[in-house]
Structure formats: structure tokens, C-alpha cells
Design a binder for this molecule. Structure first.
Ligand SMILES: *Cc1c(COP(=O)(O)O)cnc(C)c1O
Length: 452
């Protein structure tokens, strides 16, 4: 973008001025439509999500064999939900707001294999690619017991094929571990902000890790370039992949029975609000797509981004999507929130989902740390900083400044009392003990400094 166009956007767009000033901001998209109208924008259907779910079912016997930690769940990679009433009370005190309804967490932090939401999309795309290759080679049929993939013959077959991905860390972990386990020759292109322990873990699995001194978009671009020069290489494209997106969407099919089992009703009188930390957009976009298919207009999805990386908000608000990055506006894209340090949003997700996502808000890194320590104190749950972004969401929708949002939805006070708020806790269980301890200590310091 030229200096002139940036100037033009800044004038008359107070929200962009707040973003540039790194102020916490919320924006509720006035263009949101009924699910039955807007789902047509996506170009994918419930059948596609069911197909992805069935594929994960076919792989379950293989997964339980190579990852014994999934044995109890029968080889299905899934996380629990948990009500967090003490945290809800503490948030209400911190924000000086009554918080009606019930706050729950979706603990993707506990997903087996890679300990983050990336264990959904990332692993799904690798499995799909493996299935496609094996079927095409006549080595596998849909009716087989996929446990047979756990053999030297199959590993030797997959070894002839390469997989590449660009990542800030967590996607690389998922793709790297899954690909290497199947036998693939896999390369992860890591952005500068990726944690050392993630690189070490990958190398210990035999994954090739290439490091860059630049951010996520550059790591992805480099990965894409290398893969394009090699026809035997499958590039996992976090910015555009529909496979990743569908892998994430399967979460919604499984959430429905989980909520039912917990006695949580979702209908017109019991709305469900879901708060999703957003990086490039594939994870939250895919989950939200699934949720809209399953719950229609009874679910309301909001995306949460760090104040230093508000790429999806900026892209949807301006309508420029992946034609704009936060750096164009002088925002530095430097944040402690792993996985959210993305300067340019997915154009696919931004466009496909723009009439389905109710709103977007930003949160300061300091507040992520404060919430991290508060959650550990109140509920004994430890998450990585990015995973706290959604936890602030319930306060945002009931904040006075955003009252027009609930009015527009015609949500009554009774309905708000009956609402369920689900914060998607996207990662944390794999963080090494000493790093987690440092996060908690830092969070406690922030809490003490800012008793709001
Ligand atoms: C990747 C990631 C997200 C966001 O997913 P995107 O697909 O990048 O939007 C959120 N939280 C954590 C912990 C992540 O690793």
C-alpha cells in the first residue's frame, strides 16, 4: 500500500487509529448474515466436514497404535470441555462487570500429540495426503484396517515423499510429528518467533527445521517456493488450505454431543458464544464454520487477536483481506502469543467467513499474562499465553461500549442469563515446565501491578 492510501484509511476510520495506537479494540461486523444465507459463501458443506470426520475415523486404529496416549479415546484426537465458574467470578471482579451466563473452556491445550488446536487441522491434512498417496499406489483401500500403515513397508513408501510447511511453531509441531511418524521426509520452515523447545522437539523426531530471521509470512513464502521447485513435495498451505480448514471444522461435530452430555442446551433461548484466538485464521475459521453448520444462528463466534497482530480484524474491516498486512500500518507483529504472531490474514478464511463471524477484538500481551496467572490461580489450569485471548471475550460482549451488538442480535437479558460462553483454550500442555513457570510468574506480576 502507498502512503497516500494508508493516510486515506486512517482518516475516517477511528478503529484503525485505535489499532495503530495498539489500544484494545472490538469490532462487531454489521454485515453478518443468517447462517443459511452466509454459509453459501464458504464453498464447502456439511458433507465435506462429515467426510473429514469419517477419514479421521478410518485412521483411528493407526493413531491409537502409534500414539498410545490416544488409546483410551480409541485413537480419536479430542479434548474435553470444562466449566470455569471461579474464573468467571474473578473476571467479573477484574473487569468490574456482571458476567451473566456460564463460562466454559474448550481445552485444546490437552489435545494429544502436539498440545494445541493445530493437532486438528495439521494432523488431518497429513493423514489425508497419506491416504491419497497410498490409495493411488494401490497399497490401501477405504475398507482396510489402517493399523497396517504402522509398518516398515509403509514407512519406506512414504519416505519417498516430501512434506513442507511454514509455521510459527505449533503447526510445525503437528505436521512435523505426524509426518515423521508416517515416514515422510518433512521440512518445517520456522519464523523467528518460534520457541527453541519446539525446534528441538521436531529435530528429535527426525524433522528438518529451517529457521528464518523473519516472520510467519516469510517462512510460509520460503516454504512454498522450495516446495514448488519439487513436484514430489506436498506443501501445507496455512494461508489457503481447505484441508486444514475441514480438519478444524470436525471439532464442531464432536462438540455437540459433548455439550449435550454436560447438560448444556443451545437453542434460540440459550445462545452459545464462542471466542477463538486467531492467527492466520484457519483454525478459528474452520471451527467457526463447523459451529455454524451445527448450531446455525444460535451460535455466535468472535475472533481474538493480540494488539500487535490484528491481521484478521484489519483485513475484514477494510475489506482488503490478504491484500493488507499489519506492517502496512506500522504495527510491528511482535507478540508473546505463539501462533497469533501473524501479520497477514488468510484471504480464503477472511472472505469465506466474513458474513458468519460476529466480531473481532484485540487484547494486550500483558492482559494475556494476567489472565494466564488468574486461570492458574482460580482453576489450576495452565495455558500458553495465546490460549488466553478467548477468555477475555465474555467481558467484551457485555461491555457497555459494545451494547449495540447485543441489541442488534435482539438478545434479551433472559437469554443472556441463559447463555453459554465457550473460550477456545488453544494450547499449552506441551510447554516445558520451566517456561510455563516463567509465564505464571510474569502473569502474577502483571496481576499485582494492575488490580483492576
Ligand atoms: C495457531 C494457533 C492459533 C490460531 O490458529 P490460526 O489458524 O493461525 O488462526 C491459536 N492458538 C494457538 C495456540 C495456535 O497455535
Amino acid at each position: 500500500m502507498t502512503a497516500v492510501t494508508i493516510d486515506r484509511w486512517l482518516q475516517g476510520h477511528p478503529l484503525i487509529q485505535d489499532l495503530v495506537a495498539l489500544k484494545e479494540t472490538a469490532w462487531f461486523n454489521p454485515a453478518v448474515q443468517e447462517a443459511k444465507v452466509a454459509l453459501g459463501d464458504v464453498g464447502l458443506t456439511l458433507e465435506d466436514v462429515q467426510d473429514a470426520s469419517a477419514r479421521l475415523g478410518r485412521f483411528a486404529s493407526y493413531i491409537r497404535r502409534v500414539f498410545p496416549q490416544t488409546e483410551e479415546a480409541g485413537g480419536i484426537i479430542e479434548s474435553p470441555i470444562q466449566a470455569v465458574p471461579n474464573m468467571q467470578q474473578a473476571l467479573s471482579e477484574r473487569y468490574g462487570l456482571p458476567l451473566p451466563g456460564q463460562l466454559w473452556l474448550k481445552l485444546d491445550s490437552q489435545l494429544p500429540i502436539s498440545g494445541s488446536i493445530k493437532a486438528r487441522g495439521g494432523i488431518y491434512e497429513v493423514l489425508k495426503h497419506a491416504e491419497d498417496l497410498a490409495i493411488e499406489a494401490g497399497l490401501l483401500s477405504l475398507a482396510d484396517d489402517y493399523a497396517k500403515l504402522d509398518s516398515d513397508d509403509f514407512r519406506a513408501f512414504f519416505r519417498q515423499h516430501r512434506i513442507a510447511v511454514g509455521s510459527t511453531g505449533n503447526l510445525g509441531l503437528s505436521i512435523g510429528i505426524m509426518s515423521a511418524t508416517l515416514g515422510f521426509d518433512v521440512t518445517v520452515h520456522m519464523s523467528a518467533d518460534a520457541r527453541e523447545w519446539k525446534k528441538e522437539k521436531l529435530r528429535s523426531h527426525g524433522v528438518t527445521v529451517v529457521e528464518y530471521e523473519a516472520d510467519f509470512s516469510v517462512a510460509v513464502a520460503e516454504g512454498r517456493k522450495q516446495a514448488e521447485a519439487d513436484p514430489g513435495c506436498h506443501f501445507i498451505d496455512d494461508e489457503n488450505s481447505t484441508s486444514l480448514f475441514l480438519g478444524y471444522a470436525v471439532a464442531a461435530l464432536r462438540l455437540k454431543p459433548q455439550l449435550e452430555e454436560a447438560g448444556v442446551v443451545v437453542d434460540a433461548d440459550h445462545p452459545l458464544f464462542v471466542y477463538l484466538p486467531c492467527g492466520v485464521g484457519g483454525g478459528p475459521g474452520g471451527v467457526a464454520f463447523g459451529l455454524k453448520l451445527v448450531f446455525g444462528d444460535h451460535v455466535h463466534c468472535l475472533f481474538a487477536e493480540p494488539t500487535h497482530s490484528p491481521c484478521m480484524l484489519l483485513g475484514v474491516y477494510t475489506g482488503l483481506h490478504d491484500q493488507v498486512c499489519v506492517q502496512d500500518f506500522g504495527i510491528d507483529n511482535v507478540t508473546a502469543a505463539d501462533g497469533l504472531a501473524v501479520g497477514r490474514p488468510s484471504g480464503f478464511v477472511g472472505k469465506a467467513m466474513q458474513r458468519l463471524i460476529d466480531g473481532y477484538y484485540t487484547i494486550r500481551d500483558e492482559e494475556l499474562y494476567a489472565l494466564l496467572a488468574l486461570l492458574e490461580q482460580q482453576e489450576g489450569i495452565r495455558l500458553e499465553p495465546s490460549a488466553l485471548a478467548g477468555v477475555a471475550g465474555v467481558g467484551r460482549i457485555v461491555a457497555e461500549a459494545n451494547a449495540s451488538y447485543l441489541q442488534r442480535l435482539q438478545i434479551t437479558p433472559e437469554q443472556l442469563d441463559n447463555a453459554t460462553h465457550l473460550a477456545w483454550a488453544t494450547g499449552g500442555s506441551m510447554v516445558p515446565e520451566d517456561e510455563m513457570e516463567a509465564y505464571v510468574v510474569k502473569g502474577r506480576e502483571v496481576l499485582q501491578r494492575s488490580p483492576e
